[in-house]
Design a protein around this ligand. Structure first.
Ligand SMILES: Cc1cn([C@H]2C[C@H](O)[C@@H](COP(=O)(O)OP(=O)(O)O[C@H]3O[C@H](C)C(=O)[C@H](O)[C@H]3O)O2)c(=O)[nH]c1=O
Length: 193
């Protein structure tokens, strides 16, 4: 398992070791021990799995407010997505900075996103499945969202590059506020690993 730091502290790209043979392949997709060896202590409590039928589906930008904020370990097990994580912790040296990574069935890459971040993804094929572990249970009361095209965050979703005119959004995401009008309550603590 290869863990690569990104330009945002605490946000990692994880590439599992894939053992191929005449039948196909095997890989470990999560190892508490490997993360602990990196000084990353996480107790995941819930696995999520979503299916998106059409290319151009955009889920996000979502977060769960404190005290129910979630660390997420995300992978795409069918199709391809552009995965986005954005630092929403007021006072962070990387506040509003975002990372975009293509996670695909083929590259088997995963993104480890710490608490205090917004998360979203754009499907760049039809029939996409995304699976992810979280370390805090779902809490509707703490569920928050930010408009995917918030000009203050200015995420490049590469819609033109992927041939997507308009993203497919849920009714909730269509009504999402900009960050400045949202109830996001994350504050940078300065002790993040
Ligand atoms: C997240 C979640 C949702 N739900 C229920 C609530 C709704 O009735 C239904 C769909 O929820 P939602 O529209 O929020 O699903 P997504 O748009 O895929 O949201 C997720 O997408 C982005 C990319 C994320 O990172 C979050 O994990 C999550 O917000 O599932 C649950 O029962 N448990 C859960 O953990």
């Amino acid at each position: 398992m290869k863990i690569t730091k990104t330009e945002i502290k605490g946000l990692y790209i994880i590439e599992p070791t894939v053992y191929g043979d005449n039948r196909g392949w095997f890989m470990e997709t999560y190892s508490k021990k490997v993360l602990n060896e990196m000084g990353i202590e996480i107790d995941f409590v819930q696995d999520n799995h979503s299916y998106s039928a059409n290319k151009g589906t955009l889920r996000g930008i979502h977060f769960q407010n404190n005290p129910k904020s979630q660390t997420k370990l995300i992978r795409c097990t069918k199709g391809k997505i552009l995965d986005i994580a954005v630092d929403l912790r007021k006072g962070s040296p990387t506040y509003k900075k975002w990372i975009a990574v293509e996670l695909t069935e083929e590259n088997k890459k995963m993104l480890l996103i710490p608490k205090g971040f917004g998360h979203g993804f754009l499907t760049i094929t039809d029939n996409v499945e995304v699976q992810y572990k979280v370390d805090e249970y779902y809490s509707k009361e703490h569920d928050g969202s930010i408009k995917y095209n918030d000009p203050e965050i200015n995420i490049n979703w590469n819609l033109e590059k992927y041939g997507i005119k308009e993203p497919i959004l849920s009714e909730k995401d269509k009504k999402a506020p900009y960050l400045k009008n949202s109830d996001c309550n994350f504050k940078y603590q300065g002790d993040e690993k």
